[in-house]
Design a protein around this ligand. Structure first.
Ligand SMILES: C[S@@+](CC[C@H](N)C(=O)[O-])C[C@H]1O[C@@H](n2cnc3c(N)ncnc32)[C@H](O)[C@@H]1O
Length: 219
């Protein structure tokens, strides 16, 4: 995680794997469902940027499932970038690059990443503060090409409430560790996406109470 935050161990579970590879059981569980949802919304071709790629398990699946897109994984954490690079090397896909270092909450990164057909953000908004989440959304909107899409996957509150006991417990454990972080409310995040000029596709319900949101930059 970002060096600035101490999170409960349940926030970002990844075990050591072969060589530099890390293995996140959650990424293994949800990769196929997210990939399927992304394929419905992703433009056929162009550059695709993943923010907070984690272990690299997702981006390898996405690059294989969407071969017309050129995928760039990014991560703040060096050990995770090494893991991504190990998965990327093993996959040997022509449309998948090595990991790039990116703190997505820093202002200004969109200037170097302009023209993205697709930007993907999975399981980060609940682990950062609201101002940081808004900054990522603003930077992503700036980095999209006209007609480009920004897909966000993760757990959300609905009308300010967690939708399961497990979500309520996890959210409480996050805010106990750091009162600035925790689950964001769906309507609030939708408002932030609209504020930066993105139009919204219908929200999709995903396994384990997660949601899949897509914002589109007008063409
Ligand atoms: C819960 S993990 C999710 C990883 C991956 N997207 C997945 O779903 O398997 C959160 C990830 O966000 C990364 N991260 C935390 N703060 C970040 C930041 N400010 N910019 C970019 N990545 C960040 C962490 O290093 C970690 O890999």
């Amino acid at each position: 995680m970002s060096a600035r935050r101490t999170l409960p161990p349940s926030a970002s579970v990844a075990h050591a794997g072969e060589g530099a590879k890390l293995h996140a059981p959650s990424a293994e569980r949800n990769a196929a469902a997210i990939s399927e949802a992304l394929r419905e919304f992703a433009p056929e071709t162009g550059p695709a940027l993943e923010i907070a790629s984690g272990t690299g398990q997702h981006v390898v699946a996405f690059a294989a499932a969407m071969p017309g897109l050129n995928w760039q994984p990014t991560e703040i954490d060096a050990a995770r970038r090494a893991s991504i690079d190990a998965y990327v090397a093993e996959a040997g896909l022509p449309n998948l690059r090595a990991a790039m270092a990116l703190d997505a909450t820093e202002a200004g990164w969109s200037a170097q990443q302009a023209g993205q057909a697709l930007i993907v953000l999975i399981n980060l908004l609940h682990l950062i503060s609201a101002p940081e989440a808004r900054r990522i959304i603003a930077e992503a909107a700036q980095a999209l090409a006209p007609g480009g899409r920004f897909a966000i996957y993760g757990p959300f509150l609905r009308d300010g409430q967690a939708t399961s006991e497990g979500d309520a417990r996890f959210d409480a454990s996050l805010t106990a560790q750091d009162p600035a972080i925790g689950y964001k409310d769906l309507a609030e995040v939708e408002g932030w996406l609209r504020e930066v000029g993105l139009s919204l596709h219908p929200v999709r319900q995903m396994p384990a109470n997660n949601l899949f949101l897509v914002g589109e930059r007008p063409g």
